[in-house]
Write a protein that binds this ligand. Structure first.
Ligand SMILES: *Cc1c(COP(=O)(O)O)cnc(C)c1O
Length: 488
């Protein structure tokens, strides 16, 4: 049985230490000459006194309490928890990439700048756009960058009446949040019975006040909106621009390009589609691509080629929206994405997307016999099911998610998208084998049977984890991340 005890502080023994430093061979100075008195702590920090092996065992043990894609299947919809090849980690750690400094002269970091330029070109090719910035540090940050570019463009046209951004009701919450933060009013359009944008409602909403439409395609139901060319036309005809939330590009690589669908601005989540581990909320990257006419507005500086075949950071961009972060990017994520794209090549990326779609459809077709499938059509990289068919037993999506933990699986995304009651959004990704998908399906089927046999047992799950049902809102809103010694 796993337990949270002992904590590292319980192992503490007076005088024990994990380090041995050589004697000091420089003149000692008092702390107060280095740090102003008011910033110095008044009493000694209460640190555990432990040996090196105690520390290693403590943290290694803690790491085994977490679920990661390296320990098991992780079908968390919309998050693309694919397996990330370890070679990409090796490459990101090469000293020439990991030990450079952003203030180093350009002449000494030509390799890094070259990687950025080539990655921008690769992403432009994959998405059908003309120019990219790599600065944004996450998907939501990319959205903000993209919407500010659109705003700057309309302002440059002296078109100040565009105060609205249209967002479908199936959108990821970051879309309306971004538009609101950029000062726009949100206009929501409903989905139709096939899960796509309701074209008539869109026509009603489209007018000269619309700055942009933000759209995810395939959307958060995992469905591709086949009306996309018409949607683009409706917005362009009233002078608005269209923004592609490409956080989930895993179904389209080498198959369909947002640039060809008519989108003017795109962001990608490199940490989802392009191979950076991101389960613990580590560094991300949300590059933004634009069509040629918007390139002058990209954040500056932009990594570019010079006429003599070298690379430089171009900051001479008078229309630029400015910087959106310090320095250039979360550079390690760029290295992983570059390595991933170059290792797979065009054919490999296409195959990855084909397999992502195949895996999702395979799993969906097994599960739809046992769970309710609200939109019964071919899905893209993910699909949404619900336990509506088991409703009579009093079971909720949360119970099924918790019961999955007992079988060693990370649950799917639950209660999202908001337009499906009791949603379970399942994204298997291309890196899982048929056997893994079949085993997961068997467990989902078993849980459906358990609900019918003994719903109370399912409603009290999980049983095998360290802690059971937590106050998840409290954990997110009031995180208690620091250990404090309890005075006894
Ligand atoms: C993940 C996701 C985002 C947000 O990306 P972050 O990197 O978490 O900010 C936006 N839109 C969609 C559709 C997503 O799946």
């Amino acid at each position: 049985m796993k337990t949270l005890e002992p904590l590292i502080f319980d192992l503490s023994q007076e005088g024990r230490s994990g380090v041995s430093l050589p004697p000091c061979d420089v003149p000692e100075v008092s702390l107060e000459t280095l740090v102003p008195r008011e910033f110095l702590r008044e009493r000694e920090a209460e640190l555990p006194q432990v040996s090196e092996v105690d520390v290693v065992r403590h943290f290694t043990r803690l790491s085994t309490f977490n679920h990661g894609v390296d320990t098991g299947f992780y079908p968390l919809g919309s998050c693309t928890m694919k397996y990330n090849p370890k070679v990409n980690e090796r490459l990101a750690r090469l000293p020439g990439f990991s030990q450079i400094h952003p203030y180093q002269p350009e002449g000494l970091v030509q390799g890094a700048l070259g990687l950025m330029v080539e990655l921008q070109e690769d992403l432009a090719e994959i998405t059908g756009m003309d120019a990219f910035t790599l600065q944004p540090a996450a998907g939501a940050h990319g959205e903000m960058t993209g919407i500010l570019i659109i705003k700057a463009y309309h302002e440059q046209q002296r078109d100040f009446k565009r105060t609205k951004v249209i967002v479908p009701d199936s959108a990821h919450g970051t879309n309306p949040a971004t538009a609101a933060m950029a000062g726009f009013e949100i206009v929501q359009v409903p989905s139709n019975e096939r899960g796509g944008v309701d074209i008539e409602a869109l026509r009603q909403a489209a007018n000269e006040e619309v700055a942009a439409l933000m759209l995810t395609n395939p959307n958060t139901l995992g469905l591709f909106d086949v009306n996309i060319l018409e949607i683009a036309k409706i917005i362009h005809d009233v002078g608005g621009l269209i923004y592609y939330d490409g956080a989930n590009a895993n179904a389209i690589m080498g198959i369909a390009r947002p640039g060809d669908m008519g989108f003017d601005v795109v962001h990608l989540n490199l940490h989802k589609t392009f191979s950076t581990p991101h389960g613990g909320g580590g560094p991300g990257s949300g590059p933004v691509g634009v069509k040629e006419f918007l390139a002058p507005y990209l954040p500056k500086p932009v990594a570019v080629r010079t006429s003599d075949g070298k690379f430089t950071l171009d900051a001479d961009r008078p229309l630029s929206i400015g910087r959106v972060r310090a320095f250039q990017a979360n550079f390690g994520v760029l290295v992983r994405a570059y390595a991933y794209i170059r290792a797979l090549g065009g054919e490999g990326l296409t195959a990855a997307s084909q397999n992502a779609v195949l895996n999702a459809n395979f799993l969906m077709n097994i599960l739809k016999e046992h769970y309710h499938l609200p939109y019964d059509r071919i899905c893209m990289h993910e699909f949404v099911i619900t336990p509506q068919n088991l409703k009579g037993y009093g079971v909720h999506t949360l119970d099924i998610a918790k019961r999955l933990l007992d079988y060693g699986y990370h649950p799917p995304t639950i209660y999202f998208p908001l337009i499906v009651e009791e949603a379970m959004m399942i994204e298997p990704t291309e890196t899982e084998s048929m056997e893994t998908l079949e085993q997961f399906a068997q467990v989902m089927i078993k849980i459906a049977a358990e609900v019918q046999d003994d719903v109370e047992m399912v409603k009290n799950a999980p049983y095998t984890t360290l802690v059971t049902r937590l106050d998840e809102t409290g954990a997110a809103r009031k995180p208690d991340l620091r250990w404090r010694k309890v005075e006894d």
